[in-house]
Design a protein around this ligand. Structure first.
Ligand SMILES: Nc1nc2c(ncn2[C@@H]2O[C@H](COP(=O)(O)OP(=O)(O)OP(=O)(O)O)[C@@H](O)[C@H]2O)c(=O)[nH]1
Ligand SMILES: [Mg+2]
Length: 341
């Protein structure tokens, strides 16, 4: 049996091997992804993101437990794009979930950057597909931190859970508008500590303000908060009413004591229903797919062009260096040559 067939037949070693191959982009990895694609599309993909130490891994461990209790198989991808040297964080993550390691219904993999940033979100997306084909009912993608790379990675998920914790000072203010566009459900974890209610209030305020800012900037996340103005991804249906819009709920929880986790799962399930049954939800799925196709096209085009025009690019650089031509004209000329081939 070839690798793709073995993945679909739920061979864990085949899945592990495929994920490694895809992360390393070994020759033939695209053929593998093509072969498994027809077997994908069934998994629910949940992104878990939030500031370091907020309790993402502890919460992910609890989510695994909940999903397993309802008979679902779970794949987990821990991504750390911050540096190739922070293996410690990933190690910590895996220890936190290690009690599930012997459960054949749980498949946990770590991904660290191999030098090419940006490629990481694509690797994560491809790994989600492998776990999907492998038969995982739920795939959880946990990222470290809330930077630009992490936000991009969470866009590979259907629903994104943003984990916050009280007592982290300016944490709420430090979170950029980007997270508001990404968050579908908020968890205020460590609610056993002081300040959880204040964090919830801060979040509510920030969401309200953020929504106004997003509306003003013409940005969108496909849902809207607190009955404000409509924020659509693709305005496919101008007559749609507000009932279609998603309001990200905020849940207090204590991951270490397994409190509030059922409510999180329930909100995530509601969000999945929203995605599947509303026009706004379907539009968001299409937007994400369009992003994927555009991103892949950009990468493919750049590869093809730099390969095909290697000598011409060198010549253009020399010409710009000698100030015989400006870089804009040189680029236009390169493009014209490439499209003419
Ligand atoms: N008091 C309290 N501590 C918690 C709670 N949830 C997690 N912790 C603790 O907080 C610490 C960090 O938890 P992690 O789950 O590793 O947090 P994380 O967000 O995955 O951290 P990174 O992966 O390093 O970004 C651990 O010591 C947990 O035991 C909680 O609800 N209450
Ligand atoms: Mg973690």
């Amino acid at each position: 049996m070839d690798l793709a067939a073995r993945i679909v037949a739920r061979d864990p070693r085949a899945a592990a091997r495929a994920m490694r191959d895809v992360d390393d982009r070994v020759p033939g990895y695209l053929e593998l992804l093509k072969a498994i694609f027809p077997s994908t599309g069934k998994a629910t993909v949940v992104g878990v993101t939030g500031n370091p130490g907020a309790g993402k891994s502890t919460l992910t461990d609890r989510l695994i437990e909940k999903y397993r209790a309802s008979g679902k198989s779970v794949g987990v991808i821990c991504v750390d794009p911050s540096s190739p040297y922070t293996g410690g964080a990933i190690l910590g993550d895996r220890i936190r979930m290690s009690r599930h390691a012997t459960d054949p219904g749980v498949f946990i993999r770590s991904v660290a950057t191999r030098g090419h940033l940006g490629g990481l979100s694509r690797s994560a997306r491809d790994m989600v597909r492998i776990l999907d084909a492998y038969g995982a009912d739920v795939v959880i993608v946990e990222t470290v931190g809330v930077g630009q790379d992490e936000l991009e990675i969470t866009r590979t998920a259907h629903s994104t859970l943003v984990v916050m914790a009280p007592g982290m000072g300016d944490e709420v203010q430090a979170i950029k508008a980007g997270i508001l566009e990404t968050a579908d459900v908020f968890a205020v974890n460590k609610a056993d500590r002081d300040g959880a209610d204040a964090t919830v209030r801060d979040l509510e305020l920030m969401i309200a303000l953020g929504t106004e800012t997003m509306v003003a900037a013409g940005k969108s996340r496909g849902h809207v908060v607190h009955g404000g103005a409509k924020v659509d991804v693709i305005p496919t249906s101008p007559t749609r009413d507000d009932a279609e819009l998603w309001t990200p709920p905020i849940h207090k929880c204590v991951a270490t004591k397994n409190e509030g986790v059922a409510e999180l799962v329930s909100s995530l399930e509601k969000h999945a229903v929203w995605l599947a049954t509303t026009e706004a939800g379907r539009a968001r799925r299409r937007t994400r797919l369009a992003e994927e196709v555009r991103e892949a096209l950009r990468e493919t085009l750049i590869d093809a062009a730099t390969h095909s025009l290697r000598a011409e690019i060198d010549a253009a650089v020399a010409a710009v260096d000698a100030r015989a031509v400006d870089p804009y004209t040189a680029t236009e000329a390169l493009l014209a040559k490439f499209t003419g081939r």
